[in-house]
Design a protein around this ligand. Structure first.
Ligand SMILES: [Fe+2]
Ligand SMILES: [Fe+2]
Length: 304
């Protein structure tokens, strides 16, 4: 981790302030903080023991476009088996309850990234079980959004630069929260939270590093895909499945996302289920253009 200047405060769900705005955070200060005797210790529990997540997860996966990835109940069960050994610290479950209640889009997004990452990891990584368990398969990647005020998270109009910055800060917030919950800054789930918006060419945020971790790259692709096909507060219409895949192919061509992960995503989306290593990708664009999209449009402060 590079030295980070916190542009926004970091607090837990129960409003315990961990770091204030403006803190200069080095690896040493973070290490000292997570190991200090004044911080709490959190027990971990298996995610599948939370029946409500599994129920929601299964019903969301039966909907388009996810039903294409998991057309049969056996395929769902196979992924569920892989996820059985994923354990997370107790506050993560409470965070999911919070999202389910106040920001259902984020809740559904997290559950879908979790499922898709496990599916792609199984296709791409020989030691997938280990990667899935250690990274919690992306289940905790957006936990930093609890530090974003709900009025910004749910805002339907274009964002101001400050609001966009608040949202982008969730990668750093999530990293610090997970370091605190796991008591281990080297934990793979912390790395996922910090790096899931980084890109293969170094053009992402918050550190602008070049991605080089296979599981983070799988979660990054799953994250982009779900973000595109899901309606967002700022975009009432979602990309259709085809347009979302075309966008992702474009990103892979521009070295933003890893090609083999993108190919595995497309292969899983095709009825014939080809081997991703033998996949040919056409150039014809057939996805529907979006209407009502204000993504990337900024307004001046006060211009709302
Ligand atoms: Fe994110
Ligand atoms: Fe995300």
């Amino acid at each position: 981790m590079k030295t980070l200047t916190l542009r926004h405060p970091i607090h837990t769900l129960d409003r315990r302030l961990l770091f204030s705005k403006g803190t200069l955070l080095t690896k040493e200060t973070l290490d000292a903080f997570v190991h200090s005797r004044t911080t709490y210790s959190y027990r971990s529990y298996p995610l599948v023991s939370r029946g409500s997540f599994i129920k929601d997860w299964v019903s969301l996966l039966k909907m388009e476009p996810y039903v294409k990835f998991f057309p049969k109940r056996e395929q769902l069960d196979a992924i569920l088996n892989l996820l059985e050994r994923v354990r997370v610290p107790i506050p993560i479950g409470l965070t999911m309850d919070y999202f389910k209640r106040y920001d259902f889009l984020t809740y559904a997004h997290i559950l879908m990234v979790f499922a898709l990452s496990a599916l792609l990891a199984r296709d791409l990584l020989p030691d997938f079980q280990e990667y899935i368990e250690s990274s919690a398969s992306g289940f905790t990647h957006d936990i930093g959004k609890i530090c974003v005020p709900l009025n910004i998270l749910r805002k339907t109009a274009p964002l101001t630069e400050m609001e966009r910055d608040f949202i982008e800060h969730h990668a750093v917030s999530g990293y610090i929260l997970l370091c605190y919950y796991y008591k281990d800054p080297e934990h793979p789930a912390c790395k996922v939270a910090l790096e899931h918006h980084e890109r293969s060419d170094g053009s992402g945020y918050p550190q602008g590093i070049i991605l080089n971790d296979p599981m983070v790259e799988i979660i990054a692709v799953s994250d982009v895909y779900d973000a595109l096909i899901r309606p967002r507060p700022y975009r009432s219409a979602a990309f259709d499945n085809r347009a979302a895949l075309e966008q992702i192919i474009e990103m892979a061509k521009n070295n933003k996302l890893r090609w083999d992960v993108v190919k595995a995503l497309i292969a899983r989306n095709r009825k014939s289920r080809p081997d991703y290593r033998e996949l040919t990708i056409g150039t014809e664009k057939r996805g529907k253009p979006l209407s009502q999209n204000v993504y990337g449009i900024m307004v001046e402060e006060g211009d709302r």
